[in-house]
Write a protein that binds this ligand. Structure first.
Ligand SMILES: Nc1ncnc2c1ncn2[C@@H]1O[C@H](COP(=O)(O)OP(=O)(O)OP(=O)(O)O)[C@@H](O)[C@H]1O
Ligand SMILES: [Mg+2]
Length: 336
């Protein structure tokens, strides 16, 4: 559905050149819910904005349905943009127009006949669960409801692609859940490909089929969500996941412990034998559990334990770690 081929975007300042997107190759399949994560400034928005040419690439190609779009202009570009909806962190609704009119505007802009608009707007409101809010004005809606209006507007012209740039980042957890639920519901009823940028790992876990991790303009890892969360390979992915995980533990506790490790297991309850094995086999090392949970990604469990190792025998500690390496997925966790 979307294919980036050796795509780069460079910005030139007075004398220096800055590479915001660096030779990205990526294929997003039709109907996929695809996530892009990465630290601030990694190039996520710049990459996604090339899909509807809000950002022109410096080199490389973007194929939509097999057609290279990078040189589109005029009517071709307008048609392309009708086929691609977009939502943002800030909802960009017109505050002195009703919910109904906010959505109707998108249809008027594409010269939809009035009769068709009158039929389509209620359908869209139904789709995002706001059938009873048509006559309200945006300031009287919650954040989640505003974003749902923005989603309805973005879908007004039946696009094949929906781009979402931090669409839930300005929302509290309840409103975030509400928007996620709406997007899931849409995916179940409507054949659409969604490309979603977020820095919220909670959102990534519950929404995406596959995830790409960006760092300094480059794609450093692309994997199904479950694989990425259970066994991240790149430093950038490990950092994102562990920083999210560390939020569950008070900073003071993290700082007190010197040798912290996060161990991850792909099956529920599978920790027990590993932990008791360690205490039986390695008599000079104490393993304490600081935090633990089981989370579900794509409906499959990932167990995590935050452990600290205290040893009276450094050599033995190495054996403990290599033992854990064989049995689980283990990574060191720094307090910062
Ligand atoms: N129009 C522009 N002119 C100059 N530099 C730009 C422009 N747009 C983006 N950049 C730079 O390109 C880099 C990538 O920016 P981008 O907005 O794509 O990052 P991001 O991953 O979306 O970050 P965030 O998570 O903060 O939104 C940043 O260093 C940014 O300052
Ligand atoms: Mg951005």
């Amino acid at each position: 559905m979307i294919r980036f081929e050796n795509l780069s975007v460079k910005f030139s300042h007075t004398d220096a050149e800055y590479t915001a997107v660096d030779r990205v190759n990526l294929t997003i399949n039709k109907g996929e819910f695809f996530g892009i994560v990465g630290a601030s400034g990694a190039g996520k928005s710049t990459l996604v904005r090339t899909v509807n040419l809000l950002q022109k690439p410096t080199s490389g190609n973007v194929y939509i349905n097999g057609e290279n779009i990078v040189n589109y202009s005029g009517q071709k570009l307008r048609n392309l943009r009708l086929n691609i909806g977009m939502i943002f962190q800030h909802f960009n609704l017109i505050s002195n127009a009703t919910v109904y009119d906010n959505i109707a505007f998108a249809l008027k802009a594409s010269s939809t006949p009035v009769k068709e608009i009158q039929k389509r707007v209620p359908e869209l409101l139904e789709l995002v669960g706001l059938a009873d809010k048509a006559e309200l004005f945006p300031p009287s809606l919650s954040g989640g409801q505003k974003q749902r209006v923005a989603i309805a507007r973005a879908l007004a012209n039946n696009p094949q692609i929906l781009l979402c740039d931090e669409a839930t980042s300005a929302l509290d957890p309840d409103n975030t859940k509400e928007v996620i639920q709406t997007l899931r519901n849409i995916k179940n009823h409507y054949p659409i490909t969604i490309l979603f940028i977020t820095h919220q790992m909670e959102v990534a876990k519950s929404l995406f089929d596959r995830i790409a991790v960006m760092e300094k303009g480059r794609l450093v890892e692309v994997a199904p969500s479950y694989t990425l969360f259970a066994t991240p390979q790149s430093e950038a992915a490990k950092a994102l996941i562990s920083s999210d995980y560390k939020k569950a533990v008070p900073k003071k506790v993290l700082e007190q412990e010197k040798d912290l490790y996060m161990i991850t297991y792909k099956e529920e309850g599978a920790f027990d034998p590993v932990i008791s094995d360690v205490s039986r086999k390695f008599l000079n090392t104490d393993l304490s559990i600081i935090e633990g949970n089981i989370e579900y990604v794509q409906d499959k469990p990932i167990g995590r334990l935050l452990i600290s190792l205290r040893t009276r025998d450094e050599k033995e500690k190495e054996s403990v770690i290599s033992y854990l390496h064989r049995k689980t997925f283990i990574s060191r966790l720094d307090a910062e």
